[in-house]
Unconditional design. Structure first.
Length: 281
């Protein structure tokens, strides 16, 4: 298994990072996940642009062109050229004596790897999700490698035999532990606005764009937990989740079988169709 680390492609066993790396000490870094499908890296530019925006937001000086340039050689070294795979990238604020204030002049630590990954064109799962308090910080728009809130709420879902946790902040559904959440009510697609309480998913943006193209009305506003029972459909979105129908959310059952709502199904099909073209630029 090969990894890209600070400019070199080496085997995973040889990839070593200092214990003084701020990613290790503080979770001081940004990550990104994208997939390569039949026609190239799915929305590569959108993912790399978001990574750059996030690094700018936290003041790490690094240009994602380095990552873009390294993708082809990494995929080649990993024997994944033109193959379905998942690409993980992480950039931290680098190695420095442990001190909260940003170090001056420490080069960013850049790590990336690719793994074989098969993604069916439509997520076959009808998901069951629990509701969990959203106790994360107030900058969920930053794709921080510090994911304690996300992993703890996800683990609660796993322990209850559910597939995902939908998070509730001040009575409002914000997003999933690693997904965005959408509702459908009377034909309108509703999702939380892209503010500091959610990560603005690339898949979320794609679904909103598809809705516009398909003349499906959209509303970007938070849905109160108490309104779940009045919604007609719900689904999660994410790079590896794609568009996943929700069968059960908290106390409310949308479907007790494999049924998928009409609008969810249309969006799943439209999303799957995007794979038939090159979306990387
Ligand atoms: N929300 C959170 C908290 C996430 O961690 C993710 C993906 O990792 C998403 C939403 C979905 O984002 P994307 O569609 O870009 O994968």
């Amino acid at each position: 298994e090969k990894v890209f680390l600070n400019g070199k492609i080496i085997s995973a066993e040889d990839a070593k990072i200092s214990v003084f790396d701020r990613g290790f000490l503080f979770g001081d870094g940004i990550y990104e996940v994208m997939v390569q499908l039949e026609n190239g890296i799915f929305y590569k530019k959108a993912h790399l642009d978001r990574l750059q925006d996030n690094l700018n937001k936290i003041g790490v000086s690094f240009h994602v062109k380095t990552i873009d340039d390294a993708l082809e050689p990494l995929l080649k070294a990993s024997d994944l050229t033109d193959k379905s795979c998942l690409i993980y990238m992480q950039v931290t604020r680098g190695v420095a004596p442990r001190k909260h204030s940003f170090p001056k002049g420490a080069p960013a630590t850049v790590m990336m790897y690719a793994l074989p990954y098969d993604l069916p064109s439509i997520n076959p799962k009808n998901m069951k999700a629990i509701l969990e308090p959203d106790f994360r910080w107030h900058r969920c728009d930053i794709k921080s490698i510090s994911l304690l809130g996300n992993i703890m709420t996800n683990e609660s879902a796993m322990e209850s035999g559910a597939d995902e946790a939908a998070l509730v902040r001040d009575g409002m559904i914000s997003e999933g532990s690693h997904t965005n959440i959408f509702f459908v009510k009377d034909g309108t697609v509703i999702t939380h606005p892209a503010n500091e309480h959610i990560l603005d998913g690339i898949s979320r943006q794609i679904v909103l764009k598809l809705c516009k193209e398909m003349n499906i009305p959209t509303l970007e506003k938070p849905v109160p937990q108490t309104e779940i029972q009045n919604m007609d459909e719900a689904f999660f979105t994410g790079t590896t989740t794609q568009v996943a129908s929700i069968a059960v959310l908290g106390e409310h059952t949308f479907y007790d079988n494999d049924n998928v709502g009409k609008t969810t199904k249309r969006l799943q099909e439209a999303f799957a169709k995007l794979r038939t073209t090159d979306t990387s630029q």
